[in-house]
Design a protein around this ligand. Sequence first.
Ligand SMILES: [Zn+2]
Length: 103
Amino acid sequence: MRFRPRRYQCPNCQWDFAFRKKRCCPGCGTLLLIASDMPTDAELTAIKSFWMWEPVKEKWDYIRDWEEHKREAMRRFEQHTQVWRTELVKAEEKLHPPTRWIQ
Ligand SMILES: [Zn+2]
């Protein structure tokens, strides 16, 4: 069996390719980042806007402003943590109901 590399389609020019040229679309040169490129935060801050491969959605996501994107992700994470804590407290109460009435 031959190894078949994953194919991507450029979100800009629709070029279908398996390998990028220096992180860029071989067709139009648009910067297309994949997580395995391991771009540093400083690099992304400098680039600011770019396309990034979203493996879960299997599509390219356009990051308009990396700083903004990070803030948004952080906010979502905080909300998520908040919901999670609330759920945890509820579960805890179910397990150990308030015992004030016993005394
Ligand atoms: Zn392209």
